[in-house]
Design a binder for this molecule. Structure first.
Ligand SMILES: O=C(O)CCC(=O)C(=O)O
Ligand SMILES: [Fe+2]
Length: 280
């Protein structure tokens, strides 16, 4: 190879005949929702025990519901999921121990004190249409959703990905985008995202039809105190998400959970077990 061939090429200007100047420049901001995903959340042994437990409770699951924010009407529209409200002290403690790290990753500072939890199962045709989790939380502008996934290996279902929609900001209008990020429902992983982010579970298939082959989750909604003003240092994406989610807030406020989940108090993170943010 000659020395000449090693010379870096000079850049060529792309002239305005190719790329003309314009006074109609109006790009649309499309922002991904902040997400924090943790793998190996409970560890192999406990994850399998929890999966076995979920399967053993088959007879106790019921059809998951949705609420119309305007009328407060409860229905099954756009949703085919089985749900079973649960509580777990150990799971709550792990969540609490994760929150300092998760909040740092999500750019979120508001205090979080309460959770609601359900086990869910999706089989053949299971899905949950696009929604926010505003009907589950005290204040959608500061609350988090967390979804912990469980499934048999090898996986007995197909599809069932979680779509987390971007938010567009254009000419002062904020709305959910058509674009999205995909979260694969991987066994023993948990994903945290703002409860105000629009999201959707795309249809799953379950060729065997066996309950043990379903897509399982332990889904939790984490809230702060009612009417805590959102801290002004929340990153701007939180403000936009809250604006885009505004019309999904229930007009009547939230009463008893529409799937029967009951509020549990989150303990403070334990100094010995909390996850820390390593900056090294
Ligand atoms: O199962 C999932 O991936 C998400 C579930 C969900 O969005 C919900 O239960 O509100
Ligand atoms: Fe949701």
């Amino acid at each position: 190879m000659s020395a000449h061939a090693m010379e870096p090429a000079m850049p060529t200007e792309i002239g305005p005949r190719t790329l003309p100047f314009t006074d109609q420049w109006s790009p649309m901001l499309a922002i991904p929702a902040p997400v924090c995903r943790l793998e190996n959340f409970l560890g192999a042994e406990r994850a399998d025990a929890l999966l076995e437990y979920a399967v053993s409770r088959q007879a106790d699951f019921s059809a998951g519901t949705v609420v119309d924010p305007l009328s407060g009407q409860v229905s099954h529209k756009g949703r085919d999921s089985l749900v079973l409200p649960v509580t777990s002290e150990v799971f709550s403690r792990h969540l609490a121990d994760c929150l300092p790290l998760v909040q740092e990753v999500l750019g979120h500072q508001a205090p979080l004190t309460q959770s609601l939890t359900v086990l869910t199962a999706h089989g053949e045709g299971g899905h949950y249409g696009i929604h926010t989790d505003a009907t589950r939380v005290r204040d959608v502008s500061t609350a988090l959703s967390a979804v912990y996934y469980l499934h048999r290996r090898p996986r007995g279902f197909g599809g069932g990905q979680l779509r987390l929609y971007d938010t567009t900001v254009h000419n002062g209008t904020v709305r959910p985008a058509d674009s999205y990020r995909i979260v694969e429902p991987e066994h023993d992983t948990i994903v945290f995202f703002p409860a105000g982010a629009f999201h959707e579970v795309i249809p799953s298939t379950c060729p065997s039809g066996r309950f043990a082959d379903y897509r399982f989750t332990l889904t939790t909604w984490i809230s702060g105190e009612e009417a805590t003003p959102a801290p002004s240092d929340l990153s701007p994406v939180w403000h936009w998400l809250a604006r885009a989610a505004d019309h999904t807030r229930p007009v009547e406020g939230i009463g008893r959970d529409h799937d029967g989940a009951t509020p549990a108090t989150l303990p403070p993170a334990h100094p010995a077990t909390r996850l820390t943010v390593s900056r090294t």
